[in-house]
Write a protein that binds this ligand. Structure first.
Ligand code: ZN
Length: 142
């Protein structure tokens, strides 16, 4: 499964970045995903859920996929056009001398840690919520 291999790659990168920054938990990862990367976002998200929950550092972390539009450049007339619509042939001059500018990336854009918003990281159970939060939301106490 192609997507699972990619997810393992992402998790390894996340672990390295987290360790280098002294972070022990990650709450979210934003991934740039090119239109012609060949990766299916739905499969990637499924693989992520399965694999990320097995690692303490990424357990419960959310994967956010940010699509990147594929753009091709024509060497003959110098224009840029949408790759998905027109493929390798320039729609303006019909030339085949074209090259992909962007759209193949599978790249981590951002890693979030729960420290940035601790109250948000504990949606179920008041055990880890600071007292101030409980006092501010008295209706939540059954
Ligand atoms: Zn052209």
């Amino acid at each position: 499964m192609h997507e699972l291999g990619i997810v393992y790659h992402i998790i390894r990168d996340v672990e390295n970045v987290a360790r280098a920054n002294g972070v022990s938990r990650v709450s979210g990862v934003t991934l740039l995903l090119g239109e012609v990367s060949g990766v299916v976002p739905d499969l990637l998200l499924d693989a992520w859920r399965w694999a990320a929950d097995k690692k303490p550092i990424t357990q419960g972390a959310e994967l956010i996929v940010e699509p990147v539009e594929a753009v091709t450049h024509c060497e003959t007339c110098g224009c840029d056009y949408a790759t998905v619509e027109h493929g390798k042939t320039c729609p303006h001059c019909g030339s085949g001398e074209t090259c992909l500018l962007q759209g193949r990336e599978v790249m981590i854009k951002q890693i979030e840690t729960p420290d940035e918003d601790p109250a948000d990281a504990v949606p179920d159970g008041p055990s880890d919520v600071p007292d101030a939060v409980d006092a501010a939301n008295p209706l939540r106490i059954a």
